[in-house]
Design a protein around this ligand. Structure first.
Ligand code: FAD
Ligand code: SF4
Length: 509
C-alpha cells in the first residue's frame, strides 16, 4: 500500500484538524524536536520546554486515537537535527510515496519546506492549518486598491463575517469599540486573582536539554512548569478566564503592578499560537459566557478581549504575509544602537524596566502594555537597532512566533515599518508609565524631572526622539501638536544634552 508521510510542526498541534478525523493505515505522521528550532534564535528555556512538552503530548494524543506517529526526541540517535534530512531519512526508511504538510506560519519554515518539496522526487501537497479566521492572503485582498491598511475596518469585517457580537449587520450594542472605557490604573492588588496554572515536573526533559548543549535565556522551575501543554489545559485556562478574569479584563488591560505578572490577562497566547485551541472557539466561548452572565460581565470587557483576537491577532498575520520578506529589514528611523546588556538580566535602576524585564526572564511573559509601553517604548526612544529588538522579543516570550512577534515589534512597537501597522509611534514619557502603574513609586529616578542627576531617562529621551526625527514625523497629523509643544519649551538644550548623557551612559542606567 502506498505510504504518505505527513509533517506536523511544533506550532501545528491542532487535534481538530481534518487530517485527524480517522486513522488511516497508509498515513504516518511525524513530529521532530530539532536543534534547528532550538538554535535559530536564543529562546527562553520555558519556551523550548513548552513547545517540546506540548509536541510530546500531542504525539501521544494522536497515538491514542489510533494514528501512526514517528517522533524524533532531541537526543534520539537517528535525529539529524535538521528538517530536510530527517524527512529524507523517513521517506527512505518507509518507502514513502507522497509527502504532505500544513502551511507553516513562519516565512522561514515556509521557504525551507517549499525548497524541500522542489527537491524531493515524490509528490507533495500543502494543506491549510484550519486554525485562523482568514487565509494568508485575505488582508491583502480586502484592502486591495487602498493606500493604507486599517485594523478597525478589518476587525468590523471579521465581526460581520463570523457574526460575533452582532445584531444583523449592526454591532449588538450599537457601538463597535469600547477602547476608551478600558484605561484604568490598578489601585488595589487585592482585586487580583491567582493565575490558573498546570504545574508539572519537567526535570527529565531539562536533563536532555542540558546534555544537548543548546543555549537559552531565562529561568525555569523544573519541578513546577506551569504553562498549558495539552488542549485540555488550554480549555481549562479559557474557562478560568471567563469566570474569574473577564469581568475586569478590559478595565485593567493596560494596568501594570509590581510583583503581579498576569493581572487580568488570559495567558492564552501560547496555547493559541501552538494551536491547542483555536481563536474562534476562544471568542465563541467568551461571547457565550457573556450572554449568560450579563449581570457580572459588561460588554466593554468582552468587546476589548474579542478585538485583540479576531482583530489584532488576525490582522498581524495578514500583514506578515502581505509584507514578508521585506518587512524583516525595514528600519524607518535608521536606528542602529546596540541593545543594552541589562535587557538580558533586568539589572537596571529604572524600576519599570527592571520589573518588566525581570518578570519576562522569570516567566517568559509580559503583557501587551509592558511590551509596548515599557520595553518597546525605551528601545524606540533610545534608537535600538530593530533587528536587535526583534531578536530579543522573538527569544524571550513563550508565545513568540515570528508572524505575530515581528509585526508587533518592528511594526506596532518600533514603527520601523514607517506606519504599516500603526498610524504613529507608541512612545511616552514617565507620565504614561506612572499613570498606568506603581513602578515610579519605587524608582531611583524622579518621574517628574527631565534634567538633572536623577531625572527619569524617559522624559528627556522622549523629546530627543521627536527632535531627531522631526523630518520624518512632523507632517504626521497625529503628531504635529507635539512639535508645537516642543517649540514652546524653554529648556530644549538642557533636555537634549540630558538625553545625550543618558544614551552615552546607557549600559549603566
Ligand atoms: P491577553 O491580554 O489576554 O489578550 C488575549 C489575546 O489577544 C492574546 O492571547 C493574543 O492572542 C491576542 N492579542 C492581544 N494583543 C495582540 C497583538 N497586538 N497582536 C496579536 N495578538 C494579540 N503576541 C504573541 O502572541 N506573540 C508575540 O510574539 C507577541 N509579541 C509582541 C511584541 C510586542 C512588542 C508587543 C507590543 C506585543 C506582542 N504580542 C505578541 C501581543 C500581546 O502582547 C500578547 O499576545 C499578549 O501579551 C499575550 O498574553 P495573553 O494571552 O495573556 O493576552
Ligand atoms: Fe520608569 Fe522613569 Fe517611572 Fe523610573 S521614574 S519607573 S524609569 S518611568
Amino acid at each position: 500500500m502506498s505510504q504518505t508521510l505527513r509533517l506536523i510542526l511544533g506550532d501545528q498541534l491542532n487535534i481538530k484538524h481534518s487530517w485527524f478525523d480517522e486513522p488511516q493505515k497508509n498515513v504516518r505522521y511525524v513530529l521532530m524536536e530539532m536543534r534547528q528550532e532550538t538554535d535559530y534564535v536564543q529562546h527562553h528555556i520555558q519556551k523550548i520546554v513548552g513547545f517540546f512538552l506540548a509536541m510530546r503530548n500531542f504525539a501521544e494524543a494522536l497515538r491514542q486515537k489510533g494514528h501512526q506517529v514517528d517522533y524524533f526526541q532531541l537526543d534520539d540517535a537517528d535525529n539529524t537535527q535538521q528538517l530536510e534530512t530527517n524527512l529524507t531519512y523517513l521517506i527512505e526508511k518507509y518507502g514513502i510515496e507522497s509527502f504532505e504538510y500544513q502551511l507553516p506560519d513562519e516565512y522561514r519554515l515556509d521557504q525551507q519546506l517549499s525548497a524541500f518539496c522542489k527537491q524531493v522526487s515524490i509528490p507533495t501537497k500543502a494543506y491549510d492549518t484550519e486554525h485562523f479566521l482568514t487565509s494568508r492572503t485575505f488582508l491583502q485582498e480586502f484592502f486591495k486598491g487602498k493606500k493604507t491598511y486599517l485594523m478597525e475596518s478589518f476587525y468590523r469585517e471579521m465581526r460581520k463575517k463570523y457574526d460575533i457580537l452582532m445584531d444583523g449587520k449592526e454591532p449588538l450594542t450599537g457601538k463597535w469599540n469600547y477602547d476608551h472605557d478600558n484605561r484604568n490604573k490598578l489601585k488595589d492588588p487585592l482585586l487580583l486573582k491567582a493565575p490558573k496554572t498546570h504545574p508539572k515536573d519537567v526535570s527529565k526533559l531539562m536533563d536532555v536539554l542540558t546534555a544537548s548543549g543548546a543555549k537559552w535565556i531565562g529561568s525555569i522551575d523544573a519541578a513546577t512548569f506551569e504553562w498549558p501543554t495539552t488542549r485540555e489545559e488550554g480549555l481549562e485556562i479559557l474557562s478560568y478566564f471567563c469566570e474569574q478574569l473577564l469581568p475586569k479584563f478590559g478595565q485593567y488591560q493596560d494596568a501594570m503592578y509590581t510583583g503581579h505578572t498576569f493581572l487580568f490577562h488570559s495567558r492564552l497566547s501560547f496555547a493559541m499560537n501552538i494551536k491547542l485551541i483555536s481563536p474562534l472557539e476562544v471568542v465563541s466561548e467568551v461571547e457565550k459566557y457573556w450572554y449568560s452572565h450579563q449581570d457580572k460581565v459588561d460588554i466593554a470587557q468582552v468587546e476589548g478581549f474579542i478585538r485583540q483576537i479576531i482583530g489584532w491577532r488576525e490582522y498581524m498575520r495578514g500583514i506578515y504575509w502581505a509584507k514578508m520578506p521585506d518587512y524583516a529589514s525595514l528600519n524607518f528611523f535608521e536606528h542602529s544602537r546596540k541593545l543594552p546588556e541589562w535587557f538580558w538580566t533586568g539589572k537596571t535602576n529604572m524600576n519599570c524596566l527592571h520589573h518588566a524585564i525581570g518578570q519576562s526572564l522569570d516567566h517568559a511573559y509580559a503583557h501587551h502594555i509592558q511590551r509596548l509601553m515599557v520595553t518597546g517604548n525605551f528601545m524606540l526612544l533610545a534608537g535600538i537597532d530593530p533587528s536587535e529588538v526583534d531578536k530579543w522579543y522573538l527569544g524571550i516570550y513563550i508565545d513568540a512566533i515570528e508572524w505575530v512577534e515581528i509585526t508587533n515589534t518592528r511594526g506596532m512597537s518600533q514603527f520601523a515599518d514607517g506606519g504599516i501597522v500603526g498610524t504613529k509611534p507608541y512612545v511616552s514619557s514617565a507620565n504614561y508609565i506612572d499613570k498606568m502603574s506603581n513602578y515610579c513609586d519605587g524608582c531611583a529616578y524622579d518621574k517628574k524631572k527631565k534634567t538633572g542627576a536623577n531625572a527619569c531617562p524617559f522624559n528627556s529621551l522622549y523629546w530627543d526622539f521627536y527632535q531627531r526625527n522631526e523630518d520624518k514625523l512632523a507632517k504626521n497629523p497625529r503628531i504635529g501638536m507635539m512639535y508645537r509643544t516642543w517649540s514652546k519649551m524653554k529648556d530644549q538644550q538642557q533636555i537634549l544634552e540630558q538625553a545625550k548623557t543618558h544614551l552615552e551612559n546607557i549600559e549603566n542606567l
